[in-house]
Write a protein that binds this ligand. Sequence first.
Ligand SMILES: C[S@@+](CC[C@H](N)C(=O)[O-])C[C@H]1O[C@@H](n2cnc3c(N)ncnc32)[C@H](O)[C@@H]1O
Length: 201
Amino acid sequence: MSLIKYNNNSFDLYLKQAKEYENLGIDFFSCYKNEIEDCINCESTFKETFLNLLSMIQIKPEWNFMDCGSGLGLPIYLASSYFKKVYGVEIIEEIANISIKNLNILKVENFEVICSDINKIDDNILDTINVFYLFNPFINKIFEKFIVKIVNSIKRADRDVIIIYVNTIQENFLDKYIGNLFTIKSINDFRKINFYSHKRV
Ligand SMILES: C[S@@+](CC[C@H](N)C(=O)[O-])C[C@H]1O[C@@H](n2cnc3c(N)ncnc32)[C@H](O)[C@@H]1O
């Protein structure tokens, strides 16, 4: 598959933040177009936005985190200080490999990047995740199927779960499947962000 690298020059903040890391040989901010149906291009979350989102939830030390469509790994890196274990799931091997290189340079020890379609990940891992982060990574059937998988995972392994969904263009699927399992809170940062919270019964 051909990957096309591009610069998102409309966001000066990306370029500013990229400089913090480039001297270390870390690339968190390149953008990549892909040709996979319903798979959104690789663009990174702003560092400040992500840290702000984490500050809005009460993270327990035993919780695990998953970035669903993890790109170059910046959210995995930032989350690694707050969670017991941090996972990234990234469908494009070249991008997953860059993220692993980035995280190794930064000496992150509690991470695992899984190169896979999000809907093919093992239920044994899914059932241990407390915070799912989605920066508008995929749409339509892929998104719908994944939301159903999270709901089924809670029914199988009840636990505290928070879904952080940034740029909520597919929120109708959450409305359709979450029933009374979750409470919802919305905020507006540079995009609409929804927090879906389920407390262990
Ligand atoms: C908008 S980027 C977000 C990157 C990262 N989460 C962040 O916030 O910086 C979305 C990423 O999801 C990946 N992706 C898209 N569809 C996927 C799928 N079905 N399974 C796993 N990863 C997927 C894309 O390749 C891309 O790297």
